[in-house]
Unconditional design. Sequence first.
Length: 362
Amino acid sequence: MSTADAQTRCRLRRGRSETMLVGYCFDPIFLKHEAPGHPERPERLRAVMAGLAEEGLLGLLRPIPPALEPDRDILIAVHDEQYLQWLARLEPESPCFLDADNYICRHSGAAAYTAVGAAIACVEAVVLGEVTCALALVRPPGHHALRRRPYGFCLLNNVACGAEYALRRLSLSRIGIVDIDAHHGNGTQAQFYSTDAVLYISTHQAKLFPGTGAVMERGEGIGTGYTVNIPVPAGSGDAVLQAAFARVTVPALEHYRPELILVSAGYDAHWRDPLSALTATLRGFDSLHETLVELAGSLCEGRLVFVLEGGYDTDVLRHAICNLVWLLLGQRERCADPVGSAPRREADDPSCLDLICRELGF
Ligand SMILES: [Zn+2]
């Protein structure tokens, strides 16, 4: 199939005269960040790329090259300059652990910088209208990364850099970040805690790593009310997460009216994931994705960028992303769930949200 044919085929009609062109950014350097035995491993992304290829999806997407040298001012807006220099210089012969969670290998700095470049390139392609929506298929993940240090498998905060790029270089003034990873995105929250230019909304398992993300963490100064945390109890699954979207995430975004929606797309809320005790299914992720696509369509001309975060069951991650792409291409019926539901789901009770909604004023 020629590129032109592929582009024509993936221009699907949405609404009246809209078309939906879907882009993705991937770079082989993302597969070179590795340490033996660590759950944040290249096989995660390798499974996603194999799934997209085997389902014939890559030819239907527009490849977006990563920004090779991410904008220095953007990096410095999110991270300390000394930390950035240290990360760029560090090239150990063999992987070394900085602490219990975080490792660096020879290629980690290059992978981390390229992941930021991928998030920025996807944001730019969407905001400039080259594609309607895009996926940054990156490693290492980013939402835990702090200003001066790696944290929670994350080296640089990809989604935060993407948002800063949209604000500082593309003249946007209101960005929504929806974080569906099972862990709270403490790094992203910290970056935007004192601003009203970004609305950060996170659903995550309460009291799980990194321990932040309480309901009462709501922002400060002019940022007060622009951080929205929905910590759900262990055992929560599709019913709770969908209710959280319906009761909080959707109305909060509708009220805010973002010009662009970024998604910290982590899939470790799945029941089979080894790193959380949530019980979501692939069908549940499909439903969350569908809500985000509809919301972006009604609020911001469909402008939506998914930036990969966690998800440590490779089958789940592969199918979650393939299903997302089918959905974005307008073929919801092609979404598959070969993994099924959790054997036990009794804790998936949306009434756990009542107190949270009262605290948040929803
Ligand atoms: Zn996670």
